[in-house]
Write a protein that binds this ligand. Structure first.
Ligand SMILES: Nc1ncnc2c1ncn2[C@@H]1O[C@H](COP(=O)(O)OP(=O)(O)OP(=O)(O)O)[C@@H](O)[C@H]1O
Ligand SMILES: [Mg+2]
Length: 250
């Protein structure tokens, strides 16, 4: 069997008395779409933070291709093609949508990022607009962030994460803060854009309808451990998952 694009082996992380990751091992095949479920504090964001370099594991390996990236700086991991969005969209409120997108482009593409040099490059501006169009938010390009709906903010955060050459995308709660009737349209758009480029996707989600509809495989977290790793149907039938995550049969 060929190794996954991302191979996590025996990763551990504690914060004082709290075990946020215990014996975490998972193999994610290239191009797969995984979801992470689990109640508050189960360790989902910690997993995302460790894969993207925001938190250094105490021990264990995170292999991407032939390289162990555990503990590398986020900037270096981004350069390798592992990108992320955040549970709360990380946007610069004082800038417009287009300027935020240009800023992300500068960070992803320039060896020594310079917003001003980037904003004056016709190619960079074209690339930024193309990404905004792909995520159907180009019409908002001249608006400031506080004027945007929760859904548009989430789309912009994900579009910004796609500014470089993405191989693996980790989305931390892409539908949180999004109105109920916007959740499916947003996920349709995001998953279609990522699938079209063959990106491997790992997304954190609390809504089981979204988990079932968009992921091929589910990792269920509880108390820093993975208690189930299987297809959505199997995971939602799992007795431990029903007890500790979903609160009962779907
Ligand atoms: N930087 C940190 N410092 C101290 N404790 C932390 C830190 N990050 C996470 N934790 C703790 O680790 C545990 C796992 O947190 P994590 O944020 O990974 O949970 P989560 O599954 O993402 O939860 P949620 O659904 O609420 O976002 C929690 O007990 C949390 O308080
Ligand atoms: Mg979280």
């Amino acid at each position: 069997m060929s190794a996954g694009v991302l191979e996590v082996r025996d990763v551990q992380k504690t914060f004082g008395a709290v075990t946020a990751a215990k014996d975490i091992s998972v193999s994610v095949p290239k191009g797969a779409i995984y979801s992470l479920i689990g109640s508050n504090g189960a360790g989902k964001t910690t997993f995302v933070n460790m894969v993207t370099g925001y938190i250094k594991p105490d021990s264990g390996e995170i292999n991407f291709g032939s390289r162990n990236i555990a503990g590398l700086a986020p900037r270096l991991i981004t350069r390798l093609g592992i990108h992320r969005s955040f549970q709360i969209a990380q946007l610069c409120n004082e800038l417009t949508v287009e300027e935020n997108m240009l800023l992300a482009g500068a960070i992803h593409h320039d060896e020594r990022p310079s917003f001003f040099r980037h904003a004056h490059s016709a190619a960079a501006r074209e690339r930024a607009m193309a990404t905004l169009e792909r995520f159907h938010i180009a019409e908002h390009r001249n608006r400031l962030i506080p004027e945007l709906s929760g859904g548009v903010k989430k789309l912009l955060d994900i579009a910004m994460a796609m500014a470089g050459e993405t191989q693996v995308m980790l989305l931390d709660e892409p539908t949180s803060g999004v109105a109920a009737d916007e959740k499916f349209p947003i996920m349709d758009l995001v998953i279609e854009a990522l699938r079209a480029e063959g990106v491997t996707v790992i997304f954190v989600e609390h809504d089981m309808d979204i988990v079932t509809r968009y992921s091929e495989r589910v990792l269920a977290f509880y108390d820093g451990q993975i208690i189930a790793d299987d297809t959505p149907d199997e995971v939602l039938l799992d007795e431990k998952v029903q007890r500790y995550v979903t609160g009962g049969p779907a």
